[in-house]
Design a protein around this ligand. Structure first.
Ligand code: SF4
Length: 491
């Protein structure tokens, strides 16, 4: 068996063969300014096994479709059946990979990852996929989610990602059991992990997808016409490579894909189902489906419910683009108020961008949005936003609309107040920075400079998402966490 040299922990520059060492003159700068007031995404994962197709290219397309879930770093690992190669870097998928780099990744299967850092710094050594060697076994993994017991599980340095910790645990289990079987190691390690994970993994010959027993983060299995198999965080990741959806990975289930097809392993009993309700509010692409529900239609129903719950006399309903668009359309349809655009978003900016000076950071919203004065001036506006987390950028957006001449601003929010930190894969900071944790709704209205403010009530939000409104995590709105949260994290 021919094996590739795989990266050891904290060994930058050796993950890809060959990988040039990052020149010292470059500094990794975390994108700090974001024109949206929504939570930051956690990660997107993709995997494909198809000996008949260029798997690195398919993974590139899959990651491109999942780019909205994380824009800080991206990577692809491939196996040709005998060795694993990893290529990863900081930045957007389109900026990292070109034809030359993809051609250098031949194989029969691949996994890919787009990252937004939750545990572990936004740095090259935390980019994924993570790869390890344990005895004769080589494996790579990509993780969407967040673990709450990383500190308890970690044996190494503090500044590592939870995914690194999982890789180290798997390597330890592979070495300990002597047999060196990744599935056995998974069955031993995954039940020890607390909270949210959807993994794609592979050893030299098998592609694996695994989902935590609560099902916080989505993970789909799809099939290509060639007979190949695909895993993706969201259905658009399957669509983009021409795969049809077969099913979601079950709670506590791992699917193992090899030459003989798909094998299911229940590594832990399923627990209280807790799919993140914010996948429907903000995270997931509107053209996708989750838990059998179309995301776009769910957002539109939230807007309709909000119009029934919090009506107002106004001239125009407008969204904060982009994720609030279906909700604003729903509000307009239900209320009979004209729908229009009051803000134009710079479509080339993505969800994050670099603002190199404090002045530019203060004006971040103007980099991302501009008001359409002709549509806004003198109007009574219903402004629909998906969520309010810290309120800093939304406050600036309200100012933008006032400066453009808005006569009244009635802010309507498609979710219930975001009062508690998320420990399951969204970066929403600690509670002291969540505006709804420290202010009443009236105080938030005044803070934002709106004439009125209403949030969609939680029950209405869940009913709008699905006719089966149980089975969703709502912890950031209720404080009812589906898993125990260690005291050191719960501030
Ligand atoms: S706490 Fe909120 S954002 Fe986090 S998983 Fe639960 S519903 Fe989603």
């Amino acid at each position: 068996m021919r094996v590739a040299r795989l990266p050891a922990r904290d060994e930058p520059g050796r993950g890809r063969l060959p990988v040039p060492r990052r020149p010292r003159r470059f500094r990794i700068v975390r994108p700090v300014a974001d024109g949206s007031d929504s939570p930051k995404e956690a990660c997107g994962v993709f995997g494909v096994r198809d000996p008949r197709q260029p798997v690195a290219h398919l993974t590139y397309l899959g990651l491109f479709a999942l780019q909205h879930r994380g824009q800080e770093s991206a990577g692809i690992a491939v196996s040709d059946g005998a060795k694993i190669l990893v290529d990863k870097d900081m930045g957007l998928v389109s900026a990292i990979f070109d034809e030359h780099r993809l051609r250098a990744l031949p194989g029969i299967m691949a996994i890919g990852h787009t990252r937004y850092a939750t545990t572990g710094a936004s740095a090259w050594h935390n980019a994924q996929p993570v790869a390890r060697q344990a005895g004769d076994v080589f494996f790579a993994l990509g993780h969407n989610g967040n673990l709450v017991n990383t500190a308890e599980l970690a044996a190494g340095p503090a500044d590592v990602s939870d995914s690194d910790v999982v890789a180290a645990l798997l390597a330890g289990a592979l070495t300990a059991d002597g047999g060196g079987d990744l599935i056995a190691a998974l069955s031993a390690v995954l039940p020890r992990l607390e909270s949210a994970y959807s993994f794609v993994m592979m050893d030299e010959t098998r592609l694996i997808g695994a989902r935590d027993p609560h099902g916080f983060r989505p993970l789909f299995l799809g099939r290509l016409d060639t007979g190949g198999w695909v895993l993706a965080s969201e259905t658009p990741g399957l669509d983009v490579v021409g795969a049809r959806v077969i099913r979601e990975i079950d709670l506590g289930e791992a699917v193992v894909i090899d030459d003989d097809g798909v094998h299911s392993v229940q590594f832990a009993a399923s627990r209280r189902r807790a799919l993140c309700s914010f996948e429907f509010v903000y995270i997931a692409r509107p053209d996708g489906r989750l838990a059998g529900v179309g995301v776009h239609a769910a957002r539109r129903r939230m807007g309709q419910a909000l119009a029934r719950q919090a009506p107002v006399d106004a001239d125009m309903v407008m969204p904060i683009p982009d994720s609030s668009v279906p909700g604003a359309q729903g509000y307009a349809a239900e209320s009979g108020i004209e729908y229009g655009d009051g803000l134009i978003k710079n479509r080339y900016i993505g969800r994050t961008f670099i603002a190199p000076t404090q002045t530019l950071r203060d004006n971040a919203v103007r980099i991302k949005f501009n008001a359409i004065e002709d549509n806004v001036a003198g109007k009574r506006l219903v402004v629909v936003e998906d969520s309010i987390v810290r309120a800093t950028t939304l406050r600036a957006t309200m100012r933008l609309l006032r400066d453009a001449g808005a006569a009244e601003i009635h802010l309507r929010v498609l979710s219930a107040p975001y009062r508690w930190s998320c420990f399951y894969g969204l970066d929403t900071a600690d509670r002291s920075r969540l505006v709804a944790a420290t202010m009443t709704v009236d105080q938030i209205r005044d803070h934002l400079g709106a004439d009125s403010l209403a949030y969609l009530e939680l029950d209405s939000m869940l009913t709008a998402i699905s006719p089966e409104p149980n089975g969703f995590c709502t912890a950031c709105m209720t404080g009812d966490y589906p898993t125990p949260i260690p005291g050191m994290l719960a501030k």
